[in-house]
Design a binder for this molecule. Structure first.
Ligand SMILES: C[S@@+](CC[C@H](N)C(=O)[O-])C[C@H]1O[C@@H](n2cnc3c(N)ncnc32)[C@H](O)[C@@H]1O
Length: 293
């Protein structure tokens, strides 16, 4: 299988170029959230990359496995202490199966959008459901499409213009696709990186969960469990402003159902210097398979 765009220098420099995503302020709440959800069960990360999330989760005592298409990214992971506890299968997260069942499957950092067709994204949800034990959770962290910022008729939006990086998203609205273009200088040489994505609104992801036999049980704006904007609007001004827009499957007594959690964090990559992370209008969701008869 090809490494895709996360090959060679991109893989070798991933941690350096994503340094903001490794900061405790980002990673701490992520790992806390996932570890609360998985409890004593096993976790499977789709698109595990260089182990940004899997390594600290494993260090907390969680039994973590991964699926990843890029050998170059996995080589980076395997060079790190603690990686010996994390078995990784090279393959496509939409179709690759690993042995056993899991209490948690998670797919973070907008990576669902790396699957470029609706069919592949649906397959990915089905693959997650197939790995989950009854009552397990699929957690998806992805951004809400930024289309509200695109002026009518335009197809290109700058998402990062700084001294060391320029980033532009080029939209193909009819096909729900965008290419994120990055330009930066490294060692005196101009570098570029283009990544293609298929974006989807939360409602479409919820429907994919349904097609996979799961239902949305939680949606949050970020890993701190802050509510999605819709939930915030429903919260009275005197309310805490922090409430779930969904109900955990187990709270409804559906102990044999798995669930889907969606966390929407808008994270933009500044490939030359660092990835920057903006948390804004987001939503996150937990998905669980429906009870099987
Ligand atoms: C932005 S990185 C995220 C890596 C890691 N999850 C993290 O949070 O740092 C995206 C990763 O997804 C992997 N990837 C993209 N499409 C994939 C697919 N269809 N199956 C498995 N891995 C995939 C890439 O190779 C890359 O390692």
């Amino acid at each position: 299988m090809s490494d895709g765009i996360f090959s060679g220098d991109i893989a070798a420099n991933y941690d350096k170029t994503s340094v903001a995503m490794f900061e405790e302020a980002v990673l701490g709440p992520t790992v806390e959230f996932l570890s609360d959800l998985v409890g004593q069960d096993r976790a499977l990360e789709f698109a595990i990359g260089t182990g940004r999330v899997a390594l600290p989760l494993s260090a907390r005592g969680v039994d973590v496995c991964g699926i990843e298409m890029s050998r170059s990214m996995v080589d980076q992971l395997m060079a790190k202490p603690g990686s010996e506890r994390i078995p990784v299968t090279i393959g496509d997260m939409a179709t690759t199966r690993v042995d056993g069942t899991f209490g948690l499957v998670y797919l973070v950092y907008n990576t669902i959008s790396n699957l470029l067709t609706q069919q592949a994204q649906v397959e990915c949800f089905r693959n997650a459901a197939a790995h989950l034990r009854p009552g397990g959770c699929f957690v998806v962290e992805t951004s809400i499409p930024d289309l509200q910022r695109l002026p009518p008729g335009d197809v290109i939006r700058a998402h990062d213009v700084t001294g060391d990086h320029l980033g532009f998203d080029e939209y193909d609205i009819a096909n729900q696709r965008l290419v994120s273009h990055h330009y930066w200088i490294s060692d005196g040489r101009a570098q570029t990186f283009d990544s293609a994505h298929r974006y989807a609104w939360p409602a479409e992801l919820d429907l994919m969960a349904q097609l996979a036999g799961m239902s949305l049980t939680q949606r949050w704006s970020n890993w701190h469990r802050e509510p999605s904007p819709a939930a915030a609007r429903r919260t009275s001004p005197s309310g805490s402003g922090r409430r779930s827009v969904g109900v955990r499957a187990s709270d409804r007594g559906q102990h044999d159902a798995a669930s889907y959690v969606m966390i929407t964090v808008i994270a933009s990559c500044t490939a030359g210097g660092q990835f920057s992370t903006r948390l804004e209008f987001g939503s996150s969701a937990v998905i669980a398979p429906e009870p099987r008869n």
